[in-house]
Design a protein around this ligand. Sequence first.
Ligand code: SF4
Ligand SMILES: [Zn+2]
Length: 353
Amino acid sequence: MQIQKLTREIRNKSLRKVKKRSPGELSASWYQEDLLYRGRGPTLFMILPTGGCSWALSESGGCTMCSYITDSHLEDVPAEEIINIFHEIMDKHTIEEPTAVKIFTSGSFLNPDEMPVEARKEILKTLGEIENIVEVVVESRPEYVNRDVIQECCSYIPDKIFEISMGLESSSDHTREFKINKGFSKKDFERAVEIIKDLKVEFKVKSKAYILVKPILTSEKQAIQEAIDSAIYAENAGIDRISFCPATIHKGTLIEELWRKGSYQPPWIWSVVKIINQVREEVQVPAIMDTSGFGSRRGPYNCKKCNSKLKQMIIDSNLDQILVKELECECKNQWQVESSFCDIGRSTTRIRY
Ligand code: SF4
Ligand SMILES: [Zn+2]
């Protein structure tokens, strides 16, 4: 497939330039207030190093907007090393009130080729023994979601919510295959959601869908509609939460190549506001809008006057699941004109001021 050939070439070029970092250098952890199933609350985020996402390392070249592979060790990280890093992180933090733990591995936590089974077990068992941890959130591609694995994971943390976040990105198989190069279909996603749904009688297991806002080759108008349609689809499929990821330009990706050539621009923040407000009205499950990169050269952007204000308003609306209030700014007219066209070219020629 042409898109895979292109993505592979770009990926190889970027991997050749990457300075290899040790597993210790790649790990990180921080506390932040976030939305838990019970409402606002503290969340411990941690990045655990692995060899990297198998999909990005495969001949497919991985997803067109993602560069997490360059934040990976690129060689297998032994279970003991991951376990040591995990314990070092846990030793740094005292968990005094009901807290969620979000584990990022820049890939699939449930793929044993990325996260060794022994490390997965030790991590979950340890978290299971800490009373104040109420939710454990991991990320995985749907092909690694199988009944036995989820049952095993839940058995280590039986009284806690275990959420598996999956990158659905779009409800359109065409977009997922030809614009994102995701490598799985709606059927694969639905199969994973069904497994999780079935296990709800036994465990507090939940699923979350990530939705990408504005993949490549998509106009502003199409991007808004597709994100809303995808959220409605995800809810109907049985997902428990939705997290929107508005596109930002990661280095060493196909999206970056198109952006450099003037053939792609990340979405307007106005579009993002429209999406989240409409979804809050039409969809019942909690929906979060990620604001990483907002207002930066490589991220969602309106104008210097309203970027930061809207970003903060979206963060607040995430925590309380409320609508983002109306705001006026002179850049809004330009967005309104641009988002009324289906033509992709008009969405990429914007001058940012
Ligand atoms: S988005 Fe997920 S599946 Fe795709 S390349 Fe990145 S880490 Fe891998
Ligand atoms: Zn503005």
